[in-house]
Design a protein around this ligand. Structure first.
Ligand code: MN
Length: 417
């Protein structure tokens, strides 16, 4: 399947991240306007809320788009997702009879502010990258015990914080916390000195569930995907994580990219998980390819400096797919809601340049890595971290929009009033 041609400027350029094949869902505003739903196409955002108000797009039980989130559309169900995609494709296709009517609803992307694209009902983060888990386990426990005994049988996860999920472009303040070095007698309360990123994909649940679901049902429940940066304070994490897992180390912020790329847009890029090292129990086996071939990279830009690409990898490196994670999440009977966000876990490849965290790139800070004009072990104040992702089709690209965050200095003293 090749490029679907559009009458919109630049949408047909092979490296444009937002061709007609993509149609990702975001929330935007211009000037003092209220934030509302929009869809990226070429160099524009299509004001689908205004299109709906003008009667050019009629959704069952609408209006659904004149709100600053896509949850209502997700809640309307998969038939409406398909109808919306088909209708927008028809309106924007080359040769569309409705071009003249739709054209006034295109807003130049350069003029918009992007907001959180959906209301995050809950956030769960996993640890499902084989290379990442092995690298971190080696650093924390040694190579013999790198993978915990459960790792090859279940996708390990923890319940994170929906309240601190933020959209790309929002600054992230370096956190304070309890830290204790291996040679310290007692912990100290201090700004994190080992603040880090985790390169992940986020899957967004669009269909709710009650009770256990199969992996195939779980796949069908996913509305779309975003890039996700799980900011992590490694010094706080190392002290707090046993026995209940990460807590404050991961609670400062989680940044997502501004556009939800739908499962429908990713369909041509499906790819299977890597071969199993031990067979999975039947309820977690994949009935078909449920990962995606998404090329990923991380850029680090110091204040006033030039960006260095510090990692390149691919979502296809994950050991477990989002569908397997979601199916596992429901085994207990745990209900899943519209707007549930699942972080994949850090996506690292086998080579040094494919590691999705600074912890791994600098091997726990022991091997600082070079950047333009310096080196890094962990993030310094005023560094900007940018995650990028794209799928390469035949003559077109599916982009996610950058997932950007700049780290600003810790508060001088958090309890001073
Ligand atoms: Mn994570």
């Amino acid at each position: 399947m090749g490029l679907h041609r559009s009458w919109v400027d630049r949408a047909n350029v092979p490296d444009c991240p937002f061709p007609l094949n993509n149609l990702p869902c975001g929330v935007f505003s211009t000037g003092a306007d209220a934030p509302r739903c929009g869809v990226a196409i070429g160099d524009f955002v299509l004001d689908v809320a205004a299109l709906e108000a003008a009667g050019l797009l009629t959704l069952p039980d609408g209006p659904l788009l004149d709100v600053p989130f896509w949850n209502d559309v997700m809640e309307a169900g998969p038939a409406v997702w398909t109808y919306l995609r088909d209708r927008l494709t028809a309106l924007l296709a080359e040769g569309s009879a409705e071009r003249k009517a739709v054209d006034p609803f295109l807003v130049p992307a350069a003029d918009v502010t992007l907001h959180m694209p959906f209301l995050v009902s809950e956030y769960t983060d996993f640890y499902a990258g084989r290379h990442h888990a092995f690298n971190v386990g080696t650093m924390f426990r040694g190579p013999e015990n790198a993978l915990p005994p459960n790792w090859l049988h279940i996708p390990i996860g923890y319940n994170g914080r929906a309240s601190s999920v933020i959209v790309s472009g929002t600054d992230v303040r370096r956190p304070w916390g309890q830290v204790k070095g291996p040679n310290d007698d007692a912990p100290r309360f201090a700004p994190s000195a080992r603040f880090d990123i985790e390169l992940e994909m986020g899957a967004i649940v669009g269909t709710p569930s009650e009770g256990p679901v199969t992996v195939a049902e779980a796949d069908a429940m996913i509305f779309g995907y975003v890039l996700l940066n799980d900011w992590s304070a490694r010094d706080i994490q190392a002290w707090e994580y046993q026995p209940l897992g990460p807590f404050q180390a991961k609670a400062t912020a989680t940044t997502i990219s501004p556009w939800i790329v739908t499962r429908a847009a990713l369909e041509p890029f499906r790819t299977p998980t890597p071969p199993r090292e031990v067979p999975l129990l039947p309820h977690l086996q994949e009935p078909g390819p449920m990962l995606y071939d998404i090329a990923l990279e991380v850029g680090l830009t110091p204040e006033g400096g030039r960006e260095t690409i510090i990692a390149r990898t691919n979502y296809a490196e994950m050991y477990y797919s989002a569908a397997q994670q979601l199916a596992h999440h429901t085994t207990s009977g745990c209900p899943m809601n519209v707007g549930d966000l699942l972080g994949s876990g850090t996506i690292s490849g086998p080579e040094k340049g494919s590691r999705g965290s600074l912890l791994e790139l600098s091997w726990g800070g022991k091997e600082p890595f070079p950047i333009n004009g310096g080196s890094r072990s962990f993030i310094q104040d005023h560094d900007t971290l940018t995650l990028r992702g794209q799928c390469k089709g035949d003559g077109y690209t599916i982009g996610f929009g950058d997932c950007v965050g700049k780290v600003i200095p810790a508060l001088a003293a958090p309890y001073a009033r």
